[in-house]
Design a protein around this ligand. Sequence first.
Ligand code: ATP
Ligand code: MG
Length: 138
Amino acid sequence: MTHSTAETVALGRAFARGLRGGDVVLLCGPMGAGKTYFAKGIVAELGGGEEDDVASPAYDIVHQFAGRETVFHYDLFRMQTLSDDDVAWLMESLLEHGVHVLEWGERIESALRRPRYKVTIAAGEGEDERVIVIEAVA
Ligand SMILES: Nc1ncnc2c1ncn2[C@@H]1O[C@H](COP(=O)(O)OP(=O)(O)OP(=O)(O)O)[C@@H](O)[C@H]1O
Ligand SMILES: [Mg+2]
């Protein structure tokens, strides 16, 4: 449970300390859940940039941050339904060396044939509360 954007960024940072190149992180949860704040923490921890550099990629599908590990930050929001070409492109992109963080990651989960972390963010009781569940899926 976090109580502010700062706590969500801090949790993203702490989580990122255990990440290695090749890891895939699916960020799941509705619009405004806090997926981008969690991603900011991952990018900051891996040395890829300042928090402010990380936004929901509005026009691009993926942004790349060069740090201790390269972080690929995807937003699949505009990929409502994934065509075969979309899936092929994503699977190819996930082979790039680095840490791959995907907002709306649930959209590719059924096509994914590799271990991943799944981070699910839901609203809590208070306005600024978020319930964040982190799972490792083999
Ligand atoms: N504990 C919290 N953690 C993260 N964000 C919070 C928290 N409490 C309130 N918020 C607010 O919730 C919103 C989260 O925005 P964010 O862009 O991270 O969501 P998102 O899941 O990436 O949404 P989208 O699917 O639109 O990209 C912000 O307006 C932020 O201020
Ligand atoms: Mg976002």
